[in-house]
Design a protein around this ligand. Sequence first.
Ligand SMILES: [Cu+2]
Length: 397
Amino acid sequence: MKRRDFIKTGLSGLAAIAVGGVGLPQLFRSESFALDRTVKLSMEGALVEMVDRSKVFHWLFSSAATGPSFPGPVLFATAGDLVTVNVANHLNEPHAFQIIGTNVLTAPIYPGKSATVSFTAPAAGSYLYTDPLNAPANRVLGLHGAFIVSPAAGNTPYSYPTPTVQRLFNDLGASKQFPKFALSPAGWDPSRFRIWLQHQIDPLFNAQAQADFLAGRASTVSAAKMRTSFLPRYFTINGKSGVFSAHDPGIALSGRIGQPMLVRILNSGLFTHSNHIHANHVYVIAVNGAVQDNLFFVDTFTIDPLDRVDWLVPFLRPPDIAGNRYTPLRNLIPNELGLTIDGPNGSPGVQQSPLGYPMHCHLETSQTAAGGNYPQGTLTHFDFLGDVDGIDFPNAM
Ligand SMILES: [Cu+2]
């Protein structure tokens, strides 16, 4: 469990989450799976540093272990666990707690009050928790986070895989299509996953919430106005944009050829994304809690506000590399992998491995920040560190 880096700010007295802070806070991630899980969350006001160093006020979920976090701390459970969530409202207007796709929902929690909800963790999958009141305003101003449920048994991410998804996971590392990585057990490694919680920010609404918060009065942010005039200027994955999301090891995909990775994509904002990954197509294995039976193997896939989409990225050798696909690349293209191309006029050269590819959103607005800076929006890296037989490339990190 890691604490995000905070920076002190001047006039407002609010703490701010630094743009270069460590990754998305997670609760329960490293614990052995206990049967009884209780989490205490509170709702707070804090600043979040954007990719251009501006500090934007948010309402955030906080826990003792993480402090206020953007998005809220990831909650993990195993299907069938008894989970108890206690939520305290430290803001100036009513809020509530909901897990979308389940029947978990509290009554309105008034300022200074708290609510407790206990429930049995639902079928395994990717869920979004939010404040559903004054929708979409409370959610979009920062009150959201990921709730991830693992299955109690099986070799897929789901309690109830469809026959097709079961077949896909059975085939990983056990078929010609998915060659086995020699040094790992066959099949999917459940620890190889990422959460991409995507969000967008129109700081005009946040500034209004900040003025109300600092004046000690209830928010005057209008949900109706947000629905009609929201103009996103920042686009985040797990609270980060641009160079920060590209290099965050909790966001970027990395592994050797033959080491598949699950990506749980959640959209808490108001903007539609069309995430595109280079070098591999992906299997769309679950959409809004429905494990898919007719599996699309696609280049890009649209995710609307509040959607939850799981990808399996197969980590196949990039198919645009010609030659026998079972020959290790270190034999097939040794010069390309080992080379460092000289930079101009004696400047540092560019290493040709690991093999690096981008993930970006194909809706171009989302590649910008602060109304124009490119490429400082929704993007990250996809890195192949080594060959299918477990040998890293010459320049792998
Ligand atoms: Cu693209």
